[in-house]
Design a protein around this ligand. Structure first.
Ligand code: FAD
Ligand code: DHB
Length: 405
């Protein structure tokens, strides 16, 4: 077995693991990232697409936001559609912040390319990953490389950034999961089609929820609420466009919904899940490894980046002799995670048709949306949460000097 020593062993090359390795590197802490999938698979995996302003700032501080600034679409607000009418929320006017549309797979591409260009170690297509000795000062991670060679990484810390189906969470003794399942799912498509509007449209209709979002001025991403056990094979392209037109295309005040070629379609289950604590000994969880939100409001990837920012700072400060923040990592991360869980749950239950919905529940949803549109107080709360709540620590503590790379 080949042995190698580094300061941080990071499992998973998703947004959390990649950002963690960059932030550590820029503050002089060495790491190695191992990933079970191929580089091509990671770079092609279509998932989230909406970045909070804080996420964009973080990527800027590590010098990985040039393409994001060139190609990302800055949105000052969003549309809410219910009762057949569209209502606009201007985040910039409400809370002085905006969001940016830029695909998760583009961020992953940028982070992988920059990490490799800067001499960072990422090993793809590993298997048989196991975690050892997290209670001692020298934990380790063992794995097989793509050629079958056995390796052991000895480190001071392990970053469990291996997503919801990873192995790291299971290594934390006494970890407790708190979860909630929703009785519906999302059918998502990526299509070569013009945008419905310049900003996103979240629609509450009698037939279920629909969301129009985009990846570029010529690529649309649409989501439809579907029954929980639906397969994307049950939906022909024609049926998808017909349903989108029913839920989103009845807007006389906006342009008509234009069909296009569907390039990808998939069904995503909706789940809220939080595992606590997010740390034990020398093992620290970040991102989906510890928590999942339903996608409404796009918090998943943003939370993963926020965890990585807090964890990197805690490790950097611990390596400099002060482990106060590291000891508080789980508590501080979970405080923000639970607030995002609340917002995602609220937005999901506000906008979807429950299978056992009653006329009373529907009136509650409609009254809440009318209240949101009629008063600045709830509109500001919506905008504040949607554009991203503050991190537990300021950006200047996460990455003190803007990167010159
Ligand atoms: P991941 O991106 O899951 O990265 C974890 C990495 O670890 C993966 O690359 C995985 O291959 C690797 N890995 C797993 N096990 C091992 C192992 N044993 N050894 C080595 N590597 C391992 N969020 C939104 O905000 N909006 C959306 O529209 C949205 N859509 C989504 C659609 C789908 C189908 C899914 C699954 C998620 C979606 N999300 C969405 C959530 C968002 O994509 C995640 O929150 C985000 O990817 C979390 O990043 P992460 O780095 O924590 O985990
Ligand atoms: C996207 C996904 C979301 O769940 C959301 O609320 C906003 C945007 C997206 O994929 O772009």
């Amino acid at each position: 077995m080949k042995q190698i020593t580094t300061q941080v062993a990071i499992i998973g090359a998703g947004p959390a693991g990649l950002l963690l390795s960059h932030l550590l590197a820029q503050r002089g802490v060495e790491s190695i990232v191992i990933e079970s999938r191929s580089r091509a698979y990671c770079e092609d995996r279509v998932r989230a697409g909406l970045l909070e302003q804080g996420s964009v700032d973080l990527l800027g501080r590590i010098g990985c936001a040039d393409r994001l600034h060139r190609e990302g679409l800055v949105h000052d607000g969003t549309w809410l559609r219910f009762g057949g009418q569209s209502h606009h929320f201007n985040f910039t006017e409400l809370v002085g912040k905006h969001v940016t549309i830029y695909g998760q797979q583009e961020i992953v591409k940028d982070l992988i390319a920059a990490r490799i260009e800067r001499g960072g170690a990422i090993e793809f297509e590993v298997s048989g990953v196991s975690i050892h000795d997290i209670d001692g000062a020298h934990p380790s991670v063992r794995y097989r490389d793509s050629a079958g060679g056995e390796h052991e990484i000895r480190a001071s810390y392990i970053g469990g950034c291996d997503g919801f189906h990873g192995i790291a969470r299971g290594m934390i003794p006494g970890i407790v999961a708190t979860e909630h399942a929703y009785p519906f799912a999302w059918l998502g498509i990526l299509a070569k089609a013009p945008p419905l509007r310049e900003e996103l449209v979240y629609a509450h209709t009698d037939d279920g929820f629909a969301l129009f979002t985009m990846r570029s001025p010529s690529v649309a991403r649409h989501y439809l609420q579907v029954p929980v056990d639906e397969s994307s094979d049950d939906w022909s392209d024609a049926a998808i466009w017909a349903e989108l037109r029913r839920r989103l295309g009845d807007d006389d005040t906006g342009p008509p919904l234009v069909d296009g070629v569907i390039m990808k379609k998939e069904v995503t289950p909706m789940r809220s899940f939080v595992a606590a604590p997010m740390q034990h000994g020398r093992l620290f969880l970040a991102g989906d490894a510890a928590h999942i939100v339903p996608p409404t409001g796009a918090k998943g990837m943003n939370l993963a980046l926020g965890d990585a920012a807090l964890l990197s700072t805690a490790i950097v400060e611990a390596e400099a002799g002060d482990d106060t923040l590291l000891a508080q990592y789980s508590e501080l991360a979970l405080d923000r995670v639970w607030k995002a869980e609340r917002f995602s749950y609220w937005m999901t239950t506000l906008m979807h048709v429950q299978p056992d919905s009653t006329p009373f529940i529907v009136q509650m949803q409609l009254a809440e949306m009318r209240y949101l549109c009629a008063s600045d107080a709830p509109a500001m709360a919506f905008a504040e949460n949607y554009t991203g709540l503050p991190y537990a620590i300021p950006l200047d503590r996460i990455m003190p000097v803007p990167a010159h790379v």
